[in-house]
Design a protein around this ligand. Structure first.
Ligand code: NDP
Ligand code: MG
Length: 381
């Protein structure tokens, strides 16, 4: 089998390290030729020692590069990820940076890579129309890594050209799924980071607790699968065993199931169309006994509805939602605001920053900085 080169952008994160676990398992299939991170220098050095990429990038320049890693071509600074990506010209790019910070990388990965493996959902939430258009024009596949979108993508392999009635995104409900509304406002960082089924980076774990994550995923699904918001439904499924579903016009529903382990969807994107076995825990239906489902509770989780309304509003509204959320989640993780303020900050920002058309990536950044400025200001009060 021929070895594929892969750039792992956000290599030190939850998705990045799990992707490297697959590279470690299949050294004859993958060569991680470009590894990037933001500030986790020591962690990146360790990964570089093991995987020996030709290119590496750190946004925050470290005091010095260890002697044994000086053979690697290093890039530093705000645009270091993109410069390393463009220099490496890998066949695949796994975009696993968190937040809109990953948008530029996704945009440029489409220019130089054969395939983009997308974990960075915020890139589609903010630049979805532009990114998908560019991917289509260049004929480059965007392979989803987010578990729900991977599930839908896997189900779609059986579509045979038939029209879809709707997509059903499943949702664990996050760490506060059983909390009373009155208690949720003051939930601590510790409460919120205790996700019941998935082990992920900090930002997305908070997003799951507010359920804005599911809203971001509705927007992501809209772009990836060209489905209108009205045809994307969310169903609460606490066991996270059904990763998502598609429904056809004849009422048939196809689902993709598995134990919650991100190496499943990451490996599916990396190996596509081949499946790469890993030490997955098998599904034991008898031990599970039952699978539960419920409708989302919009009263306790207002951010889900805000995201869906932003998608329907169009233009810059999803960018504004995302920017406000990134600011509010950052403030919550630093314990500057209580959990309940996250939804308030997003809501106020969406109501105050006017919706504008998005015709270019520059428009995306303009709307993002307006939203961030408003959200940062509203956090002070
Ligand atoms: P993490 O916070 O664990 O990792 C983020 C990675 O991006 C790190 O390598 C980090 O470097 C790097 N990074 C952060 N900020 C910047 C920046 N400004 N410029 C360049 N690099 C940066 O996040 P996750 O792995 O959890 O999530 C990554 C993406 O995947 C998110 O969009 C998330 O929504 C999505 N996703 C994640 C899932 C999961 O299971 N974790 C599941 C589905 C989707 P450093 O370590 O140096 O800070
Ligand atoms: Mg997901």
């Amino acid at each position: 089998m021929k070895t594929r080169t892969i750039a792992i952008l956000g290599a030190t994160g939850s998705i990045g390290t799990q992707a490297l676990d697959i590279v470690r398992r299949y050294p004859e299939q993958f060569r991680a030729d470009c590894l990037t991170a933001h500030g986790s220098a020591e962690k990146l050095f360790e990964l570089c020692r093991e995987f020996r990429p030709r290119f590496a990038a750190l946004v925050n320049e470290p005091r010095e590069i260890p002697g044994d890693l000086r053979g690697i071509e290093w890039f530093f600074g705000a645009d270091s990820t993109v410069r390393a990506l463009l220099a490496a010209r890998c066949q695949d790019a796994l975009c696993a940076i968190v937040g809109i910070a990953g948008l530029d990388a996704v945009w440029h990965a489409l220019d130089v890579c054969e395939r983009v493996l997308l974990a960075n959902k915020e890139a589609l939430v903010t630049g979805g129309d532009l990114v998908m258009k560019k991917a289509a024009n260049l004929g480059k596949p965007m392979l989803p890594v987010d578990s729900e979108h991977s599930a839908i993508f896997q189900c779609l392999q059986a579509r045979q050209g038939n029209p879809l009635k709707r997509l059903l995104l499943t949702c664990s409900g996050g760490a506060l799924r059983n909390w009373k509304k009155a208690d949720m406002y003051a939930a601590t960082v510790r409460d919120v980071l205790a996700h019941p089924t998935w082990n992920m980076g900090g930002k997305i774990t908070v997003d799951c607790a507010t359920m804005v994550n599911k809203g971001l995923e509705v927007i992501e699904a809209h772009h990836l699968f060209a489905m209108p918001a009205e045809k994307i439904d969310v169903v609460i499924h606490p066991q996270s065993v059904i990763h998502s579903m598609i429904e056809f016009e004849d009422g048939t529903v196809l689902a993709q199931l598995g134990m919650p382990d991100m190496r499943g969807p990451i490996g599916y994107a990396m190996g596509f169309p081949n499946r790469l076995p890993y030490d997955a825990k098998p599904l034991d239906f008898a031990a599970l006994g039952h699978l539960d489902f419920a409708a989302p509770d919009h009263d306790r989780f207002p951010c889900l509805g805000m995201a869906i309304r932003a998608l329907k509003a169009g233009g810059s509204a999803p960018v504004v939602l995302n920017g406000a959320n990134e600011v509010a989640v950052g403030a919550f993780l630093k314990e500057h605001i209580p959990f309940g303020r996250i939804a308030e900050v997003i809501d106020r920002t969406l109501q105050s920053v006017p919706v504008s058309p998005i015709a270019s990536i520059a428009d995306v950044y303009e709307a993002d900085s307006q939203a961030r400025a408003f959200a940062a200001e509203s956090i002070k009060f």
